[in-house]
Design a protein around this ligand. Structure first.
Ligand code: F6P
Length: 362
C-alpha cells in the first residue's frame, strides 16, 4: 500500500473537479490511511521549486459544490511540444518531475484530465510510475468512457442559454445562433440542441451547407414560425472548408457562429444575432449528476491504485465504473456517430443538421 499519493488537475477546468479531489482525499485517507498531496497547476507543480499542498479532510471540506479546481490547472505547459501538428513528449521535464516526486515522497498519482493531460500521465506510467487517470472534459470527447464529468453541467448551461434565446428570437422574429464549445466534436451542441429545442444543430461531424440552413429558416417562415434557433459547435465547418480559429497559432477555435450569422443574413435577409457561450460552460457549480459521477470516479480511482492497478483510467461503461488502459483512452477522440440514435432522433423530430442534400422539415 502506498504511504502517500499525489493528485493533480490538468487541461481546461470543468465542473466537478473539486468533487473528484474530495472523493480521492476522503477515500485515500479514510479508507486506506494514505497521505494525500495536491500538486498545484497541473504537472507544472512538480517542476523546479515545486508547488504542492497537503490535503486533509479539512482542506476538502465544503468543496463539493464549488466550481473550478482548488489545485489550479494549466492547459499549456512544458510537458507537450507540438511537432508538425502532433504532440510529442520531451524527456527533460518528465525526468525532472519523477526526481521531484521521489523527493516529495509521492509514490503514485491520480491525474484528472482530458486527452492531453492523460497522454502525459501515460508517459509517467511508461517510465514505471504508478498512475490512475480520471476522465474530465466538458467536451465529452474521451474514448473508452461513455461520459466525462463536467459535460452534463455544460449541457445544462447551454440548454438554459437556448431556452432564453428562444423567447427573444420569437419576440423579434430573428435567427439566433448559439456557439458552444466542444473542440472538434459536437457532443455539447447535439445534447443541448435536443434539450433546448434548437431548429438547426451544426456539428463538426456533419459539415453544413449554407443553402440547407437557409432552406430550413425559409421553411419555418412559410409554416408560420418566423424565428429560428441554431446551435453551432465551435469546430463545425462548412462543406469543403476548414475550422475557424480565434488564434491560429494556439489553435483556439471560435468565430464560426458569427461567420454563419453574416452569411445567413445575406442569404435570407433575416435579422440574425450570434451569442458565444464560451467559458460560461466551464465555470460555476457542478450539477448533481457531475457531483455524483465525480465522487464515484474519485473513490474508484483510489480503489484501483490501492489494488495495484496502474496505467489505467476509470471510465463509465454501461452505468458502471470500470478501468481501461490509458493508451485506449488517449488513442483517438470520441466523435458523434452520424448514424447514431441521437442524430436519428433529432432528424426524426425535424431538427436539421444542414447537410448539403438535407430536405428541411418545418
Ligand atoms: O477542452 C475544453 C475547452 O473548453 C474546449 O471546449 C475549448 O475549445 C477549449 O477548452 C478552450 O480553451 P481555453 O480555456 O484555453 O480558451
Amino acid at each position: 500500500m502506498y504511504k502517500q499519493i499525489g493528485i493533480l488537475t490538468g487541461g481546461g477546468d470543468a465542473p466537478g473537479l473539486n468533487a473528484v479531489i474530495r472523493a480521492v482525499v476522503r477515500t485515500a485517507i479514510g479508507e486506506y490511511g494514505m497521505n494525500c498531496v495536491g500538486i498545484e497547476d497541473s504537472f507544472e507543480g512538480i517542476l523546479g521549486e515545486t508547488h504542492t499542498m497537503k490535503l486533509t479532510f479539512k482542506t476538502v471540506s465544503g468543496i463539493l459544490p464549488r466550481g473550478g479546481t482548488i489545485l489550479g490547472t494549466r492547459n499549456r505547459g512544458s510537458f507537450v511540444k507540438m511537432v508538425d501538428g502532433k504532440p510529442t513528449f520531451p524527456e527533460m521535464p518528465i525526468g525532472e518531475a519523477l526526481a521531484n516526486l521521489d523527493i516529495l515522497g509521492i509514490e503514485a498519482l491520480v491525474v484528472l484530465g482530458g486527452e492531453g493531460t492523460l497522454a502525459i500521465a501515460e508517459q509517467f506510467h511508461k517510465r514505471g510510475f504508478p498512475v490512475i487517470g480520471v476522465p474530465k472534459t466538458i467536451d465529452n470527447d474521451l474514448a473508452a468512457t461513455e461520459l466525462t464529468f463536467g459535460f452534463m453541467t455544460a449541457i445544462d448551461i447551454a440548454t438554459e442559454a437556448l431556452d432564453r434565446l428562444h423567447t427573444t428570437a420569437a419576440s423579434h422574429d430573428r435567427v439566433m445562433i448559439l456557439e458552444v464549445m466542444g473542440r472538434n466534436t459536437g457532443w455539447i451542441a447535439l445534447h443541448a440542441g435536443l434539450a433546448g429545442s434548437a431548429d438547426v444543430i451544426l456539428i463538426p461531424e456533419i459539415p453544413f451547407a449554407f443553402e440547407s440552413i437557409a432552406q430550413k429558416v425559409q421553411a419555418r417562415e412559410r409554416s408560420g414560425s418566423r424565428f429560428t434557433n441554431i446551435v453551432i459547435a465551435e469546430g463545425a465547418t462548412e462543406v469543403g472548408r476548414g475550422e475557424i480559429y480565434l488564434d491560429t497559432e494556439e489553435m483556439r477555435l471560435g468565430g464560426i457562429g458569427d461567420h454563419v450569422r453574416r452569411r445567413l443574413e445575406d442569404i435570407t435577409g433575416k435579422e440574425s444575432r450570434c451569442v458565444v457561450l464560451g467559458h460560461l460552460q466551464r465555470g460555476g457549480s457542478p450539477n448533481a449528476f457531475d457531483r455524483m459521477l465525480g465522487t464515484n470516479f474519485g473513490a474508484c480511482a483510489v480503489r484501483a491504485l490501492a489494488s495495484g492497478e496502474t496505467g489505467k483510467m476509470v471510465a463509465l461503461q454501461a452505468g458502471t465504473i470500470v478501468t481501461v488502459p490509458l493508451s485506449e483512452a488517449v488513442a483517438n477522440i470520441k466523435t458523434v456517430p452520424t448514424d447514431g440514435q441521437l442524430v436519428r432522433t433529432a432528424r426524426d423530430i425535424g431538427i436539421s443538421f444542414a447537410a448539403p442534400k438535407e430536405i428541411p422539415v418545418s
